[in-house]
Write a protein that binds this ligand. Sequence first.
Ligand code: IMP
Length: 504
Amino acid sequence: MATVLKEPSRTFNEYLLIPGYSSADARPENVSLRTPVVKFRKGEEPALSMNIPLTSAVMQAVSDDNLAVALAKEGGISFIFGSQSIESQAAMVRRAKRVKAGFVPSDSNLRPDATLHDVIELKAEKGHSTIAITEDGTSEGKLLGIVTSRDYRLSRMNLDTKVSEFMTPFDKLIYGKDGITLSEANDIIWDNKLNQLPIVDDNQRLTAFVFRKDYDSHKEHPNELLDADKRYVVGAGINTRDFKERVPALLDAGVDVLTIDSSEGYSEWQAITLKWIRDTYGDTVKVGAGNVVDADGFNFLADCGADFIKIGIGGGSICITREQKGIGRGQASAVLEVAQARDEYYKKTGVYIPICSDGGIVYDYHMTLALAMGADFIMLGRYFARFEESPSRKLMLNGSYVKEYWGEGSSRARNWQRYDLGGDAKLKFEEGVDSYVPYAGLLHDNVQLSLMKVKSTMCNCGVLNIPDFHKNAKLTLVSAVSIVEGGAHDVILKDVSVRGTSDR
Ligand code: IMP
């Protein structure tokens, strides 16, 4: 006889938080959103934590090197998508790891025999006015000079003039030696009233620029998540097929943390993958597993050695798994059950395994609910796909800007490894759709606003950190009628955009 769970499968929309006592200290600026990413023993510090509880989904339309850097600046981690060749995924990780906080690889480069016309074109294309002149025209070539808008007068000069005739040559440049710290570089910039400082190695090869304008932007990102070498922390997704080749390549590129990306993680394939990683690297390589939706799935992956465990089947905005296959669980029910299993496992073994609520976040308050229900952090796809920094195209649709967003199980992504059940390597039917999402501007602005709401609610609940939120949150189920009461009602709205839907 089949088992039928007594409780229905519930979503975030069906819950609200009950405020707790808030002391005078309960102010958003006193709230810490720091959270563990990987497992740790009682009394020990986790080997990896984040400063904000957000990760970006392992998806083509979401997590590339560009978004990874933008999110690490805010304090979270991107998991760069694995549905691409090992080489191109490793190259993305490498590129993101090369961006040292404040040290920017040069993106506008020319050879000395280029012309003023080339300078104008490159400036229009990249939007930057500092151009490195290197022997071979690459960002890492031997630095021969730089060109900025102070080096040429368009009204007086012929467009055919060679760059070598008007660039500021290397022997007149003030530069920093590779290996200097950001604060040393900034001192040189301030002492010499420079706008930018090229950094070169012992062979005069360009490694990066430090820009005066970034000095302030650096201060704007007090939460940035850096490794021991002051590089941004970057994650990557792997699958249960080519891990023996993919994992070493990603590690070589400098990846900090991995996650097995699968639509359903309670499987022998995950056990095999985790075992190989532990046998090959011991505990030095950090790897999450999933997705699961109940205690059995959590306990299985915990015993297999996962560093964190992801929760969620069928709740993603682009997901049609539940319609196609009839499996899954409401995200709230799944998080609540897995959080309880995590706590019991901790009591039994003294090992705390962080859990990640993956998918289904529609409103900002859903993030707060996921944390209240026990998630240590959250993974989001649609949310990040809307931002300027995501890899997908920005288009105009019916007079508004949108970005493309497609599921990994759609025929566009063809990520069959994510849905792998062994057998031949083919995606047999789709589990995701191809869609548009409204363009929402810069990641920084949106994340700041969303997390301000999270912190504000935590203050209303009288908690100043996530572990206390887990312990003290009081939740209630809402009736259909009280959902209506929760929105603006019985008034004639002047502006429909304020109806609580602005974060959709
Ligand atoms: P969202 O934040 O609601 O858009 O959900 C993102 C999550 O959906 C991802 O992190 C994946 O776990 C999941 N996902 C990604 N692509 C697909 C798909 O094609 N079908 C089902 N789930 C998907």
